[in-house]
Design a protein around this ligand. Sequence first.
Ligand code: AKG
Length: 1134
Amino acid sequence: MEPMEEDEGVNMAQDIREALPAPSFLPVHEVIPRLTLYERVRLDSLTSINFLEFQGNPSLNICMHPERHILFKGFRILEKRIERLLTQGNTEGEDRIDAFLVFLKLGHISLLAGDYARALSAYQQAHSMAEDHFWKDSGAYHGLGIVYLHFKAYGCAIEAFNRQLYSNPTSIIASEANARLGVCYKAVKLYPDALRHFNSALNDRIEPVFLSKPHLRLNIALTHDSAGDIEKAYAECTQLLKEDIPHPNGGPLLRAAIQRELGWLCYRAVDADRCGTAEERENKLTEAERHLHDSKALVPESGKTHYYLGRCYGEQNQHRAHEAFINYRSSIDKSEADSDTWCSIGVLYHQQKQPMDALQAFICAVDLDPEHSAAWTNLGQLYEAHAQFADALSCYKNAIKFNPACPEHLKSRIIILERELALSPILAQPPNRPQGLPRHAHLVVLPALKEAGSQPIPSELRQRQDEFLKLKQQKYRDGSLLWRMGELAGVRSDPNVHHESRPLDPSQLNMLRILKYSESNLDDTCKRVLANLEHRFKREGCLDGSDLPLCKYTVSQLPSEIQAEDALRNFESLFDIDYKGDPIVKPKEEDDEDDERPTPGDDTITSTELPNAFSLLAPLKIPIDVTAAELMSQCHKRVERRHEFREMFEERIAPPSPPTPPAMKPGENLNRPTPLITVESRKDAHSIELQKFCESSPIVLIRGLTTQLKMDLSLFSTKTLLEVCPDHEVEVRSQYKMPPDLNLDHLGRPTWACDSQRSFTTIQKYAHYQADSFKHSLKEESDKLRNQGAKYGAAAESAAKRRRLMEESAMPLKMIKFGTNVDLSDDVKFKAQLTELAKMPPFCRVIAGCNLLSHLGHTVLGMNTVQLYMKVPGTRTPGHTENNCLASININIGPGDCEWFGVPYEYWGVIDKKCREQGTDFLKGAWWPNHDELIQMGVPVYRFTQKAGDMVWVGSGCVHWVQSNGWCNNVAWNVGPMTHQQLTMAVHQYEWNKLQDYKSLVPMQHLFWQIAKNVRVTNQKVYSLVRGMLIRSLAYCKMVAEWAENKHETQKPIKNQPRQKREITHYCTLCEVEVFNILFVKEVNSAFTVWCVDCARRGTIQDYIILQQIPFSELSQIFDAFQLHMISKTTLVA
Ligand SMILES: O=C(O)CCC(=O)C(=O)O
């Protein structure tokens, strides 16, 4: 498969439902096909997991597929059933599940037939009918993800694949999902995530068919390239090229793609100041050309190679311009819809002083891609060069909308043009009309922007593109060609006839194993199929699968028994079967329908080697007073006496979902008043009442506490820090300055997404900036005052003009710098500062027995250490909850104020959803909510001013965002109240983070064991919660250890490696989940890396050594000793 050049789908990222007409489900055909025994069993087993068997081979048209008749018949039967369901109009209760199963199956069958629009509708119907069941079908989210990816709805595809992997992290299609996730994340520019998923697929011993391993490596290189790391991309490609990649993966397409990428990388190395001398530059260009020629020799029909070659020639002197044109022309011949090529053609024509041709090429580029910022900029420059300033201005304005390369430069140009056009309207006229304008020889008058689209080249191109699009849409409307092959209704594919002499294909082999596993429970139908398959297997064997997707696994990698059971449960679900081999001509009659149809997932599961998935939220199936010995013995049975094993917690888990917000009370004021507590004495500060109030409030402003405790906040002033550590690192965020009620993009349009550039500086440099900014504002103020008296004078006039311009411009213009996340963890360097903070009451301290984070036993930077924020007016900390929903403390050092906004925990899901709608991401993105919109959405908001010396208590899970009104510093850190509420939120967030591919900074498993070891818990709810977590953790850990020791491929003893004092908790190198106690360690590039069991077992388990950090005897002892302490109120701890 040609990597990263898939261009089939319609781009549906905007709105999938609007982009295509929803396909009708009502059947147009009256004939209901007959199913044979084999066909029914096969149909029952088909899901999206079989996608590549049907769609993985681009040279095999689905209409030629040997099993096309099965899809055809299934489709017809399902449509008939849907018709019946829709006529009945009842989709409640049992019927809801029935309808859900039918739609889900139709989704799978449509997908396998390549009918993406129908598959999408069917999957979405199924999802909306029974979201609570959707995850239980291991192919459901996978199929939905494939469809979304086809339509380039990357965000939706990411969500679907992540959900698949959350519930089925080690299934045989995990590598397929990971490869696709890599593509999706790359498309949305989340490059670290893309790399993680490509690497995850690469590590998997089941090679994905969607992208083979060499293709994955090329995609890793392309991702480095997109992320700006040209060197890494170059190194990876060069290495890949050197390797002897076996066919079919190493075919000419792949080699051509690597050469092409190398050529493009070399070309850009010339551009990117990497080549110092002219000779180096020359050499790089020559190397670029060489790679591109090699690529062209392998695959002459690639438009992109020609385009890159054109760029190389265009970069060189005049006499190569002709070669550049020839290559651009060839590129257009091969793929005329490439806006980049048209843009480059325009540039070349412009250079060659052929303005009409340049104009037409730029118009083609922006017609094809109206967001092509470079093409708009170039077109603007062309108009400007021809003194057509009004059109130039329109082009620049379009350019700036869409991620231009130099927004600041363009903005200044726009401002100048706007001003000049306003001052001299004559400039808005075309240049040949006004008198006195210099007339250059080349100053031909170009058609105005409004008319330029009707020039011959763009008109013809548009016409062809429109026709192409219409055809494409019609194709989606029609669906698969298969649906029109009515002759398939009659095809008999009795296994005794049709398949008799063929070897088993991978899915038949799969089916054979499933049936064999459950042989004793089979009904007659299944027994017949089994006998037939066994017979054929003995006679014909099976296909080795080299040309069939998803079969590249060994026997031990075959689907787990859980999947076998799933398949069996489905046998009863959808299709009728003819026991005697007589074809069945009708779907079930209505009165047949109340047969026992199991709901999906409603089952008793036989144990697999390891739980299907592990979640700290999995419902427990044993009492919490179980002893460690009982737990250990139960785990042991999983390996030794499987039939006696009973699950201790639910091993098939649904993805977590955000909390449901409380219903709005009538007349409720959503602008919530913020609790302001004034502390009047030291006793107040240390009172249990203050602690309890804070722990039960979303957010609290506390005034007077730092004064009453005589804290010297000047220790955190810029002046002191400048003396203590001038060279200390400061992270800088460059942001636009805006009023707190507004968040605008660079064009002045309201949005939630915040843009900022990240860089680094020192305390000294930021201190200068802070001071300069203050002096500058002071001067502006005094100028203003002075000018109020003496209004005139040239300087005052121009300053006022500049200010007016800034104020009038719709675009936010002023850039400010926020000095953020300054690390004050060094207890030697910042001894005085940290000692001062220890004056706080215990529930607010960085280190305290009642602070969960102090029990971790190691540092989590910025959480159980202090961070400093250095501000000028307008700096913003965008919206967020603290890591794992912990609480936090923030003190404003002053002298200026900060404005705060807060929303209670229960509403974070509403904000998360809104962030997605706004094209940003609650966890990974930067966003600034619109206060009024929140109120309209029924979300309560706290808004208040934090003055110098004020402390803000940010309660557990509170969503908050902060803007400085003045010049000030703040210090902040996290605290973990030992409450049931805090622990519940933290653990839920831990699982949510897993689902969202986001690292949890608080290692919850480790934390629960530390609590059990160190804390005398007196609260019943806290006790039960911690106990439940210990049960899950201990049981899972033991099962993993037993599995690792007994697994025949591993057969390595687990080595004890006690945890060192202050040793940080380990996270999986690949998926970044916490790895507790049993570490899978592999040497990678001479470094020892830690992996979780799921990532390790998806790879080659023999490559790992397995370490245990805490012996089971110790965990058992902690587990049994952990009790609820019924003690007197005075010694209350938690
Ligand atoms: O002072 C700031 O801007 C940081 C605020 C914040 O997010 C916090 O303290 O949790």
